[in-house]
Each structure stands twice: as structure tokens, then as C-alpha cells.
Design a protein around this ligand. Structure first.
Ligand code: SF4
Length: 92
């Protein structure tokens, strides 16, 4: 069976109630499940700090927070600037 067929079968089973749709993990659950992931830890910290709201993390204006440049769910423009900052640091 091809992967597309597996996917169709999966969706059919979910629609029919044969299997339950898996619940998405929160950023905190992801961090607890993967305690060695720095990315998961930062995501969980920002998510918690912002009242469990991804849009609030995105809009965070606390530029003095050490995690600000590394917070998740930023706009792509901002994320590209962070990449420049990091590469500039590695060349100094
Ligand atoms: S970057 Fe913003 S959302 Fe993330 S921990 Fe700092 S203050 Fe909170």
C-alpha cells in the first residue's frame, strides 16, 4: 500500500470513529517529553510566559529578555535577522 493510501485509510478511520484523532501536545508537554531539546525548552518557556498563547509570543516586545531573539513563532523577517545576528557573533 502506498503512503497516500495509508493516509486516506487513516482519515477514513478517524472520520468513522474507528480510531481517535491524536491530541496535539502542548509546547510544555513536548519539552517534558524531550528534556534534552533546547528548542523545545525555549518554546515551552515563551508559551508559558505569554499565558499559553502563541500569538502573544509572536507579539512579545520584551526585548531585554534573553530569549527574545530565540522565541518561537516569530515572523520570517525577524527570524532571518536573528540568523544574521548569530552568524555575526560566530565571526567575532
Ligand atoms: S521572549 Fe518574551 S515570551 Fe519569551 S520568555 Fe522572554 S518575555 Fe517571555
Amino acid at each position: 500500500m502506498k503512503s497516500a493510501d495509508h493516509l486516506k485509510e487513516y482519515h477514513r478511520k478517524i472520520k468513522s470513529g474507528e480510531i481517535e484523532r491524536p491530541k496535539a501536545k502542548t509546547p510544555m508537554e513536548k519539552a517534558l517529553a524531550n528534556p534534552k531539546s533546547m528548542r523545545a525548552a525555549v518554546n515551552a518557556m515563551c508559551w508559558d510566559c505569554s499565558g499559553f498563547s502563541r500569538p502573544e509570543v509572536k507579539r512579545c516586545e520584551m526585548e531585554k529578555c534573553p530569549l527574545h531573539n530565540f522565541r518561537p513563532w516569530q515572523s520570517k523577517d525577524n527570524a532571518e535577522d536573528v540568523g544574521k545576528d548569530i552568524s555575526a557573533l560566530s565571526h567575532t
